[in-house]
Design a protein around this ligand. Structure first.
Ligand SMILES: [Fe+2]
Length: 353
């Protein structure tokens, strides 16, 4: 689905994203962010050189890069920046610097403008905000910082065909990206699992190519097979999110991935691990205490959100056995939640009665 940011549909971005995620259709919003620098607000988040200069100044460790035709390897920020400063024909390699996290960097975070509805409706952010101690969330819900990421890519780089386990919002700050989005089907899943770059894209059915220009926003549903080609050096800002309406589906997906760890060739297993932890914790919290749901729903909530939580509770019950949730485990999970979020679940339940 493709809309311009001033179209009636796109004006209520939250509603549009809910709709598209429920229908499992990616959505592209042309000019959804600023035409200069996309979701980036200053040179650090708008340009590759500004970004790498910032990382260099901060003493950021080597970046894990995919290299065209070579094995992936860590490259120092200084060297990566020098290579980016050369013209594309005279570089030593074509690199894709994947997933620099920005959630734990106040300066980067302050200079990125994510779509506003995420702040209120994204459950991943709510969980992160509920946790008073950042170190605890890192220890418990392992990779909260990787919810938000920045990717810098050299012209000519490609990714393998892969899927991310979780819904993602992407905005291009500099350059140009081409996304190959594949229809969800058994054929495509089989092609993807055995895919190598020499196979090309022929075997995939129902492909769409989407160009992502500076200022455009692409919202991709979870488990969408895709590959990315970079025609011009690019800086891309992305964030994962989960809305109430898709919680039940995400839980089921998470369960499936837990049982089939090789199914998604997600480039970042740590992200997957985080979400599994997250879903598990939320899952336990609802099972342990229905009343908690009330803390997420108030008069401003959309009816679809309330429905989403209800659907989720049902899914929790369906999956309770599979998660192996004995009373002992539920009690452990409650204790884990309480220490993680610094709150007393029993008290919270009382105050919501
Ligand atoms: Fe991806």
């Amino acid at each position: 689905m493709e809309y311009y940011s001033d179209s009636p549909k796109a004006l209520d971005l939250h509603k549009l994203v809910v709709e598209s995620m429920m229908k499992q259709k990616p959505v592209l919003i042309r000019c959804g962010a600023r035409s200069q620098g996309g979701m980036g607000l200053n040179s650090t988040t708008q340009t590759i050189d500004g970004f790498l200069m910032y990382l260099e100044e901060q003493g950021f460790p080597d970046a894990y890069c995919q290299l065209q035709g070579q094995e992936p390897k860590p490259i120092s920020i200084k060297q990566l920046r020098e290579q980016f400063q050369k013209t594309s024909g005279s570089r030593d390699y074509i690199a894709n610097g994947l997933g620099f996290p920005f959630m734990n960097d106040q300066n980067l975070l302050a200079n990125i403008s994510l779509p506003g509805f995420l702040e209120k409706h994204d459950l991943l952010r709510r969980v992160a905000a509920m946790c008073s101690d950042f170190n605890k969330i890192r220890a418990g819900l392992k990779v909260a910082p990787e919810l938000g990421f920045i990717v810098v890519s050299m012209a000519g780089s490609t990714t393998i065909i892969h899927q991310d386990n979780w819904p993602t919002i992407l905005g291009n700050s500099q350059g140009l990206k081409a996304f190959f989005l594949m229809e969800k089907s058994d054929n495509n899943r089989e092609c993807r699992v055995s895919w190598e770059s020499s196979h090309g894209l022929e075997m995939f059915q129902g492909k769409a190519v989407v160009d992502l220009q500076v200022g455009d926003i692409l919202v991709m549903d979870e488990e969408r097979d895709h590959g990315v080609y970079t025609p011009e050096d690019s800086l891309l800002i992305g964030t994962h999110f989960v809305l109430a309406e898709m919680l039940a589906r995400v839980l089921r997906t998470s369960m499936f991935h837990k049982n089939n760890p090789d199914y998604a060739n997600d480039p970042s297993p740590r992200v997957r691990e985080y979400f599994q932890n997250f879903i598990e914790v939320l899952n336990f919290s609802y099972i342990a205490n229905y009343k908690l749901t009330k803390t997420y729903i108030n008069q401003d909530s959309r009816p679809s959100e309330a429905w989403g939580f209800w659907d989720y509770l049902e899914a929790c019950y369906d999956l309770r056995k599979e998660w192996g949730m004995t009373v002992k485990k539920i009690k452990e999970a409650k204790a884990h939640l309480e220490s993680l979020f610094g709150l007393d679940l029993a008290e919270l339940s009382q105050s919501n009665r």
